[in-house]
Design a protein around this ligand. Structure first.
Ligand code: SAH
Length: 343
């Protein structure tokens, strides 16, 4: 049950009071919401407790913090906070426990799909770090759906969570501060185009041609590059928003001059931009005790990434490089795959 449902029989202003207590005062127990009647607080605590059980793991420089959040059914999920030097604080949330897509380079796929997260479970990942940041006098500035899972295979709950966090009476984080990264689920892109929400869309492209992309991302056989780009173009027509194309750089797989040229051909469009990400090899999975073979891939060298970037730029494509966070705590992109049950 979602806590809001307990307010159906209450006067309208009560829900506003509850949202303000939960998302502004950041209460951790309904008893602290003194504006609400005692019996309602007790019922809320019984049916919808707001305590979030989690463990935090800090990177050496303490700029990246990974939280492992435990749910009532014994499953758990990982969420990462990245504290940028310019005071931005980005939370990377998960949309599913595990993932069904099994991309060959991604650690999450190796654990398979367990279940979708509900909207509150997504919100609580954010709330957990919002509560933590309050203790050090800071706030979150961005929420990205780049953790475990495919957000568009759990569309309703992802958009539901964004609406809760965007709500003016509650947390009030502006829509432009949210980003959804998708493997390219076309129906999701189409639905998002129809929402009146100014959120950011990112597509995990990773290859400039279907043959290679299907090897890396099996679901490309269904959602081919052509189909995805058509959906993106429609999305841009409707929303006039920029779209990011993520491209992880894997040594000798997708990082040649020819790949760069082919990519440039696809990406030379207004409002498209490419984000180059160095691949995080999954050696660290071994330290998590997973019986997964080590990744056969490794990252392209920094100089190769720079060369790749130059080719795109010379072809007139907008391109950026992503700064790496939290590798030492396996909190970096594609490393979220802790054994998904509590010991
Ligand atoms: N399913 C969504 C969101 C989750 S992953 C998607 O595919 O977009 C977020 C990003 O991290 C994706 O671009 C994904 O391809 C990338 N990623 C996965 N494994 C990675 C790895 N080992 N190194 C770098 N990026 C990785």
């Amino acid at each position: 049950m979602q806590w809001q449902e307990l307010f159906n029989a209450e006067p309208k202003y009560r829900l506003g009071q509850a949202k303000s207590a939960l998302f502004q005062d950041l209460i951790q127990n309904w008893q602290e919401a003194r504006v609400l009647p005692l019996d309602l607080r007790e019922e809320l605590n019984k049916k919808c407790p707001i305590k979030i059980s989690a463990e935090k793991i800090f990177s050496k420089d303490e700029r990246t913090i990974k939280a492992v959040i435990f749910f009532d059914d014994g499953l758990l999920v990982e969420t990462v906070l990245m504290r940028h030097k310019d005071k931005r604080n980005t939370i990377c949330v998960s949309s599913q426990i595990g993932c069904s897509l099994n991309c060959s380079f991604c650690a999450t796929g190796k654990i398979g799909f367990k279940r979708n997260l509900d909207a509150w479970e997504i919100v609580s990942q954010v709330l957990f770090f919002v509560r933590y940041l309050k203790t050090i006098g800071e706030k979150i500035t961005n929420v990205v759906f780049m953790g475990m899972g495919e957000p568009f295979l759990n569309y309703q709950n992802v958009i539901g969570a964004i609406k809760i966090l965007n709500d003016k009476e509650g947390f009030n984080l502006g829509a432009r501060h949210f980003s959804i990264s998708t493997v390219g689920i076309v129906e999701g892109i189409e639905k998002l185009a129809k929402e009146e929400l100014q959120i950011n869309l990112a597509i995990s492209l990773h290859a400039p041609a279907d043959k290679l992309r299907s090897e890396l991302i099996p679901v490309n056989k269904k959602y081919t590059i052509d189909k995805i780009l058509k959906a993106v173009d429609d999305y841009i027509k409707k929303t006039c928003r920029r779209v990011m194309f993520e491209y992880i750089m894997i040594d000798n797989i997708n990082d040649s001059k020819e790949h760069a040229k082919a990519l440039a051909k696809l990406m030379k469009k207004p409002l498209y931009f490419v984000n180059l990400i160095s691949y995080n090899s999954m050696g660290s999975l071994a330290t998590l005790g997973m019986k997964t073979p080590l990744s056969p891939f490794k990252s392209s060298s920094s100089s190769k990434i720079e060369k790749f970037k130059k080719i795109l730029e010379s072809e007139g494509v907008a391109v950026t490089r992503r700064y790496r966070f939290g590798e030492d705590i396996t909190g970096a992109c594609g490393q979220l795959a802790t054994k998904n049950r509590r010991k």
